[in-house]
Write a protein that binds this ligand. Structure first.
Ligand code: ZN
Length: 579
């Protein structure tokens, strides 16, 4: 009887699913994935007639760059005819149609949190902007997506979900923006859930990370999240942390992307420590409770999927978020004082003279893309300045978290701030002079790092020290010229190669019989033992196998030594350092 009842429910819902005339209905069978990709079946709203455009976005909120070209990923046929993709758009007859959507992951360049990836019967990362489009530039139409899968797989996302039976799930999204903000992860379940003060959190892990599982990540996340939520009135009914880690993909470190009710974090566990994994997860969650997912301008709020534009506040969205994430790790004792200032110092090392406003507005240009990292580095230094100013002006009663909480109460996705008056407002809520905010964000600035650390109670000196390292040549320094795809190009690779090959530049394609990749290349570039390496090298049009043996040599290195100064013991800085 139970079985029969299930079938009746299923039929009713299936009929209902394909009867709604103002909904885009979708059917994806996860078992149907081959070399062309994942098969996607689309049923347009029944009130659409004739020729229509089916369009994919140029970009999505949060990545501030262009997506891969859909032309290379979507193969769409209608009435036995291949439809070409022009400017991310397909001109089709408005009738049901299907296409194959290729995975966007390139195993050489790695996996990003906006990618799609399918590993048949095991892992499916479904980022909708590479799988589904919208009709005639209309992004407000709802979606219903039926997923057929094998019974061992479990789907995690922030979409509303209806599970019909072991092999069928149905998801709904109220519009295209909600859809692309809800990546879906199918995998053999490794999940954990927990609650902190009225917010419900879920962790779902996929891949072959042998170091961390959902339970361990949950344990690592709990303390910093508790600390952060002391400064947030907003409660999440459900927020999901999705993690993907796979050895076979050359993920260079970690990539994560924020969404209002979830984040997807793609990483390689051998290349990073827990501080980076947890710090990045907290960074993405801060986006969800503060900016830009709740506190943002009308420009970001009405995100233009066809011609993406950005306002002048990327420093606020990324710099403030980055700063608050490392401050959260400090406040929750995940970071020591020195870990915290070392992070700040790293930001200074990668910081350039920089105009926040104009670069932010031009972020989708080629030049803007090159300067993008400065929103994190220079941006987090500026956020530290703001935090100190707020503490000073309020005589220790408020800090930057409190200001973000005030703004969080005022703004939301229904109520964006006005980009033309936001600096005035920020000046009023923080008590910081408008002229300081204007100069710092609208003129080219370089933040005085020595003064900044002095203001937080530290002085520093750079000291040299001797250490022993493995190297190929005591005198010549090797330097990596290029690492692209499966080739490592090295100049001055020690005396052995230079002498033997009479070449100043060689290309290595194999190491100890294995193709070179992100992981084994470290044996060559920074050897940690004197084990002999067998390398397949090419120079000019010649190719040969040579052996190379690192030797232990003395090297001078530099490190920063931090000492507390007289400022450290002032009452306001004691508040800052939680003492
Ligand atoms: Zn971010």
């Amino acid at each position: 009887m139970k079985y029969a009842k299930l079938i009746i429910v299923f039929l009713l819902i299936t009929l209902n699913l394909f009867a709604n005339n103002d909904t885009i209905n979708v059917l994806i069978d996860l078992n149907q994935v081959d070399s062309l990709g994942l098969k996607v079946n689309v049923y347009p709203p029944t009130d659409l007639k004739g020729n229509v455009t089916y369009k994919f976005p140029k970009s999505i909120p949060g990545i501030y760059e262009y997506l891969h070209n859909h032309n290379t990923m979507i193969r769409l046929h209608q009435n036995d005819k291949k439809i070409s993709c022009i400017d991310n758009s397909f001109l089709i007859q408005c009738d049901s149609f299907s296409y194959s959507a290729k995975s966007s992951v390139n195993i050489y360049t790695g996996v990003s949190a906006e990618d799609t990836y399918y590993f048949k019967d095991s892992i499916y990362i479904l980022n909708w902007h590479y799988l589904l489009g919208f009709f005639n530039n209309e992004t407000d139409i709802p979606f219903k997506i039926k997923i057929i899968k094998n019974d061992r797989l479990f789907g995690s996302s922030s979409l509303d979900k209806l599970t019909l039976n072991d092999t069928i799930d149905i998801y709904t999204a109220s519009n295209y923006k909600d859809l692309v903000h809800s990546p879906l992860l199918y995998c053999i379940p490794d999940t954990a859930s927990f609650q902190i003060g009225g917010s419900n959190f879920h962790v779902s892990c996929a891949g072959d990370d042998t170091l961390l599982n959902a339970q361990e990540i949950k344990n690592l996340l709990t303390v910093p999240l508790k600390e952060l939520l002391k400064h947030s009135d907003y409660k999440h009914d459900d927020y999901t942390f999705l993690y993907f880690s796979k050895y076979a993909i050359n993920a260079p470190g970690l990539r994560a992307l924020e969404h209002p009710n979830s984040t997807l974090v793609c990483y390689h566990s051998t290349l990073l420590d827990n501080n980076i994994l947890i710090g990045s997860s907290i960074h993405e969650y801060i986006h969800a409770i503060y900016a830009p997912l709740r506190i943002r301008s009308e420009i970001i709020n009405d995100f233009n999927f066809i011609n993406p534009t950005c306002d002048e506040f990327l420093w606020f969205y990324e710099g403030v978020t980055e700063y608050l994430s490392i401050k959260t790790l400090l406040d929750s004792k995940f970071f020591s004082n020195e870990d915290f200032i070392n992070e700040i110092k790293l930001s200074d090392e990668y910081s350039k003279d920089f105009n926040f406003s104009t670069t932010s507005q031009n972020t989708y240009s080629k030049k803007g893309q090159k300067l993008y990292d400065n929103f994190y580095t220079t941006g987090s230094l500026f956020a530290l300045q703001l935090d100190l100013e707020i503490i000073r002006k309020s005589d220790g009663k408020k800090n930057l978290f409190d200001i973000m909480n005030e703004l969080q109460n005022k703004y939301s996705s229904e109520q964006p701030f006005n980009s033309t008056t936001f600096l005035d407002e920020l000046s009023i809520v923080t008590g910081i002079d408008k002229s300081f905010l204007k100069t710092s964000t609208e003129k080219k600035i370089k933040i005085d790092f020595t003064k900044l650390v002095n203001d937080i109670g530290y002085s520093y000196a750079t000291v040299k020290y001797d250490t022993m390292v493995y190297s190929y040549s005591p005198k010549k320094t090797h330097n990596i010229v290029n690492f692209k795809k499966n080739k490592l190009e090295i100049g001055f690779f020690g005396s052995i190669l230079n002498k033997e090959l009479k070449a100043r530049k060689v290309i290595i394609s194999e190491i100890n019989g294995e193709p070179i990749n992100w992981f084994n290349r470290d044996f060559v570039t920074t050897p940690t033992s004197d084990n002999e390496l067998k390398l397949l090298v090419s120079f000019g049009d010649k190719e040969q196998i040579i052996t190379s043996k690192p030797s232990l040599i003395s090297r001078v290195r530099k490190k920063t030594v931090w000492t507390k100064n007289e400022n450290y013991n002032t009452d306001l800085l004691k508040l800052f350092w939680n003492e």
